[in-house]
Design a protein around this ligand. Structure first.
Ligand code: FE
Length: 391
């Protein structure tokens, strides 16, 4: 038996935010990040619409990028005091992911963070509140997924938490919010969305329910990402929907080792944090070359669906990698970790641990090719030095 879970409602289109007027409830906590939603006036709009719905609000703000366990626990304490029946999370992946985890500790104050690390082991939510998510970036799709990424800064590890309990009840996908994204963020989040769709399509958990969503997302991202990067309003709108389709696919088909590697390298180096989407974009072509031994025909499907041709599956896989490299160049994304600026001594010193951690990541289980720690180390060396993957 398999399961396919999505939010009960997805309101989308320009001005969809106004749907908040029709929310039924008494108290809502509104969770946001660093301030762009405030600056662009969207927070005021949200509070105003909730007021019109007769809902009292309380704000939890300043959720940092890559939210910490501490931020989650602090937010949960605020919720326990305010006792909302709605959690409204708005912004990029970080505030929405943090709010999902806060939700668990709001409803279960005695739960431990460690208990949530095992995938699909959460206690039953919606005993106190329901969850509404409003994304402002076009990538993570956390508004429709069963995932939340929380960072434990003590160990420098990002934990992808997974459970259908944290799939939101309502998503509002309003492209007006995505028009405010800076260019670099558009590039990184767009490539994150492409990685979601590609990993979902080749995942061992892919299904007839997820395949069409993944392929449509890939096609839309190939069509619209460069123009979205250049600020075209319609392309940005289409990317906002495409990333959501990718999210519906990967929330149910899961991901693969591009994400395992991104999770375990993101906060690992002292020379600089590697943004999630940027890490995925760099690793994706290398992982495709590695996975092709087991999933060439699936990658070939993707290549054909975006109009590439080739004499056989191997040629199609190569052309798909070429296409991704071309997009990375167009979007000013480095081709390897040296180019990104990671120090070689530090890389050499940490690669064994990172390889071990990446293999143990929750996303590794659904990768189409089984990965040993030894292979993972070789793969990390390829993405560091820009070497061809030939094993
Ligand atoms: Fe991602």
């Amino acid at each position: 038996m398999s399961r396919f879970t999505l939010p009960r409602d997805i309101f989308y289109g320009k001005g969809a935010l106004e749907e908040l007027k029709n929310l039924k409830g008494k108290k809502a906590v509104v969770v946001i990040g660093g301030g762009s939603m405030k600056r662009f006036g969207f927070l005021d709009k949200v509070c105003d619409y909730l007021k019109q719905a007769g809902i009292e609000t309380k704000l939890i703000e300043n959720v940092e990028p890559d939210p910490s366990v501490e931020t989650v626990m602090n937010g949960a304490a605020v919720m326990r005091e305010f006792e909302p029946d709605w959690i409204v999370a708005m912004g990029g992946g970080s505030p929405i992911d943090a709010a999902k985890a806060m939700w668990v500790f709001y409803e279960y104050p005695d739960a431990k963070f460690e208990d949530l690390i095992t995938p699909f082991s959460f206690p039953t939510l919606r005993q106190k509140a329901k969850f509404l998510a409003i994304p402002s970036t076009s990538g993570t799709a956390t508004e429709v997924t069963a995932f939340s990424v929380i960072t434990d800064y003590k160990s420098g590890i990002k934990y992808p938490l997974a459970d259908f309990n944290i799939t939101p009840d309502i998503a509002i996908v309003d492209p007006d919010l995505a028009q405010t994204m800076p260019q670099k963020l558009t590039a990184h989040t767009g490539m994150d969305a492409l990685t979601h769709a590609i990993e979902a399509y080749v995942s061992t958990a892919h299904s007839p329910f997820t395949d069409p969503l993944a392929l449509k997302a890939i096609n839309m991202i190939i069509d619209y990402l460069p123009e979205s990067y250049n600020g075209d309003e319609n392309a940005r709108e289409q990317m906002h929907y495409a990333q959501c389709l990718a999210g519906m696919a990967f929330s149910n088909a899961l991901l693969g080792i591009v994400h395992s590697m991104a999770h375990k390298t993101g906060a690992a180096f002292s020379t600089g944090h590697i943004p999630h989407g940027c890490a995925n974009a760099i690793y994706l072509p290398y992982v495709i070359a590695y996975n092709a031994k087991c999933a060439a025909s699936r990658y070939a499907d993707i290549a054909r669906s975006i109009g590439l041709d080739g004499a056989d599956d191997n040629e199609l896989v190569q052309k798909l990698c070429d296409k991704i490299n071309e997009y990375n160049r167009k979007l000013s994304i480095p081709a390897n970790l040296i180019e990104f600026g990671i120090n070689e001594d530090e890389f050499k010193q940490k690669v064994d641990d990172i390889a071990k951690n990446a293999v143990a990541d929750a996303c590794t289980g659904s990768n189409p090719r089984q990965v040993t720690v030894e292979d993972m180390k070789k793969l990390l060396e390829c993405v560091y030095y820009g070497k061809k993957v030939d094993f």
